[in-house]
Design a protein around this ligand. Sequence first.
Ligand code: NAD
Length: 358
Amino acid sequence: MSTPDAFVHTSQPSRVIFGSGRLSELPAELDRLQLSRVIVICTPPQQATGNAVADLCGHRAHSVYPHATMHVPRSVAAAACEYVNTHEIDGAVVVGGGSSVGLGKALALETGLPILAIPTTYAGSEMTPIWGITDHGDKTTGRDVKVLPRTVIYDPDLTLTLPASLSVSSGLNALAHAAEALYAPDGSPIIEMMAGEAARALTKALPAVATNPTDKAARAELLYGAWLSGACLGATSMSLHHKLCHIIGGTFDLPHSEVHAIVLPHVLSYNLDGAPRARGILSRAVGADDPAALIYSLSQQIGSSTSLQDLGMSGGNIELVVSKATANPYSNPRPVTAESIRSIVSGAFFGTPPKRNP
Ligand code: NAD
């Protein structure tokens, strides 16, 4: 692979602690950040994990706040801000997936509160300065370095309880970040190295986790790949795949990681024909000439849903997606035309094998 002629690379300023059992370093990390009155944010189903994390924080924990929900509704963010201001909280420990991290980021955006993140899915939000808040179904997103968690503790032991199906879709969500980073307009040699390594680790670990969700070595490899993918997401601009998933998930209120998992092979099949360098890196990383076909057959083999109609989208809405996805221009390695979007979304809707588009 030749060296790129020119690039710009910005590293995000965060500290990452990775490894089985490393959650035990949480109290020392809070002391390092000089936080002595934190809330522990989680989703309602993960309250037991939130309680355990608060116990570990000891006297540094003020309370557990188990009210994170998907896509950060503005009302949820506003209530959390009021809680933090009323109780003189000095930091947030967020434990969980992108929903918990998202609520922490909304708080940081409004109040400047420092965040320590403990991810338990593979969504990657903990490595990005991207925030999102939803108002009546419309999600506004932006970038601000103050929402980037100061410290991230990746402890694969915490992912052992993530159900196999969610582990697979979340892992493919991570793979989508790495894949689109490879043809991002603001990529760099470091991004290429991270994205290729992420794709290798994710595609190796996914079948093992799907077969045995308590396989600790595979869980660690999946989380390692998710870390690298999240770093790629945080450092680059995403293209058609993320745009489409944002539209499909947001418009029809469909689950985030499942939509990513279904759409990814169809977009890659189209886009990689216009991104030979990305195709080369991805092909070598996953050990297949056609990465899109490999991802599709991996999804089938490990029992991940492959069609949007299975998630509850209506076929009559394909044209709505086409019109939204072509409404504004954005960077993509191949032209974003109504015809190409229709073909990609139809393939994802019916779950047919991805086709190489002319
Ligand atoms: P999620 O955080 O909603 O988690 C999905 C479900 O899994 C929840 O019910 C949660 O309680 C449960 N869960 C999480 N970890 C678990 C574990 N270890 N064991 C058992 N259950 C567990 O879903 P997600 O896919 O992680 O995140 C999706 C959200 O993150 C979306 O709102 C998306 O837009 C956002 N996101 C943001 C960014 C960013 O950079 N801003 C990046 C990726 C995703």
